[in-house]
Write a protein that binds this ligand. Structure first.
Ligand code: TLP
Length: 363
């Protein structure tokens, strides 16, 4: 299927996100042939299979197919909190910055953020920020960790950091949710099985529609009791999807085929970062790239990320800014090494459009 694109010369290299992958021929065939039923009655055999498979992979009692990662995180927060409580999360986590304040809107909770340089929360900082509750303070009841951390550049949680947070939280009767939208990337990069990574968290959400390449869908996994309640919250949020086996079928293929090939995306991201680090006009540290995300600074170009994105688009590269001076490149199944070469060429050309900033001495 042709990509809709009118911004430049040849077919663009789309590095805006790993959400842009299109379903493979095998996924499309599975979707066409999917056995379906009404999932709101629990009668869609393909959805049921996907949920059972996902629960097994995560080592959790049960799992729920949800349309989006945002819905999965939203339901998880609702499961583990009461109105008016605090959710501790990293300062630039997805649920803090990119989910339309759903934790406030749906669960009535306040985010208590902890800043970090690499997106990774560590127990001593978490412990310090916990609110125990009292006449003036609402209690923290949930700690949310994002693995990999998107806006820190796809950083991977060290296992000890997760284990320590879970141990400390559980000792205090608190819950831990993992936003594992890209937990399979974390697993591929660390060579640690996903069920070990998420062993002690109370719930985990992962996306089928990102690096795994399915067109739609995420999964929330946890205890049977929590997932039974989660099903009701999904319905409340408008996520009762009826013959959803049509999309779950692609999710099953994604789980079977893809996790092993994520290392290719990681190698491509590293390649992009290494090549871009040669430019004195960009700020990029290839040493930070652990998975499929590269964040680089354009502050020395004297333009903002919207202007730079526009220049890139004219040169066949699609990439978004994460703020006014930083760009993000995300590799995925539909980006080859040759595409990365093409993207570097386009980025180098775009850089030349902006004059080096001359600093006025005032003389
Ligand atoms: N991330 C998207 C954008 O929303 C930024 C992207 O292109 O990376 N958790 C994490 C860590 C995510 O990166 C995302 C999506 C979500 C949750 C939400 O998933 P969806 O988009 O399915 O609601």
């Amino acid at each position: 299927m042709p990509l809709q694109y009118d911004g430049g010369p040849a077919m663009p290299v789309d590095l805006r996100s790993d959400t842009v992958t299109r379903p493979t021929a095998a996924m499309r065939a599975a979707m066409a042939d999917a056995e379906v039923g009404d999932d709101v009655y629990g009668e869609d055999p393909t959805v049921n299979r996907l949920e059972q498979r996902a629960a097994a992979i995560m080592g959790k009692e049960a799992a729920l197919f949800v349309p989006t990662g945002t819905m999965g995180n939203t339901i998880a927060i609702k499961l583990h909190t009461n109105h008016g409580e605090e959710v501790l999360c990293e300062a630039h986590s997805h649920m803090m910055d990119w989910e339309l304040s759903m934790m406030a809107w749906f669960s009535g909770c306040l985010a208590r953020t902890v800043a970090s340089e690499d997106g990774i929360l560590r127990w001593p900082n978490v412990e310090h920020a916990l609110q125990t509750g009292g006449p003036h303070h609402a209690a923290t009841t949930l700690i949310a960790i994002e693995n990999t951390h998107n806006m820190a550049g796809g950083t991977v949680y060290p296992l000890e950091a997760i284990d320590e947070i879970c141990e400390g939280a559980h000792e205090r009767g608190l819950k831990v949710h993992m936003d594992g939208a890209r937990v399979f990337n974390a697993s591929a990069a660390s060579r640690i099985a996903v069920d070990r990574i998420v062993r002690d968290v109370d719930s985990v959400m992962f996306c089928l529609s990102k690096g795994l390449g399915a067109p739609i869908g995420s999964v929330l996994a946890g205890t049977r009791k929590d997932i039974d309640r989660a099903r009701l919250y999904r319905k409340r949020l408008g996520g009762g999807m009826r013959q959803a086996g049509v999309v779950a079928a692609a999710g099953l293929i994604a789980l079977a085929d893809v996790p092993d090939r994520l290392v290719e995306d990681h190698a491509n991201a590293k390649f992009l970062a290494e090549r871009l680090s040669v430019s004195p006009r960009l700020t990029v540290d290839p040493g930070r790239v652990q998975t499929n995300i590269v964040i680089f600074g354009i502050e020395k170009l004297g333009c903002n990320s919207v202007e730079f994105s526009e220049e890139l688009k004219q040169r066949g590269v699609l990439a978004n800014g994460v703020n006014s001076t930083q760009m993000r490149l995300v590799t995925h199944r539909d980006v080859t090494r040759a595409d990365c070469e093409q993207a570097i060429e386009g980025i180098e050309q775009a850089i030349r459009r902006f004059r080096p900033q001359t600093i006025s001495t005032g003389q």
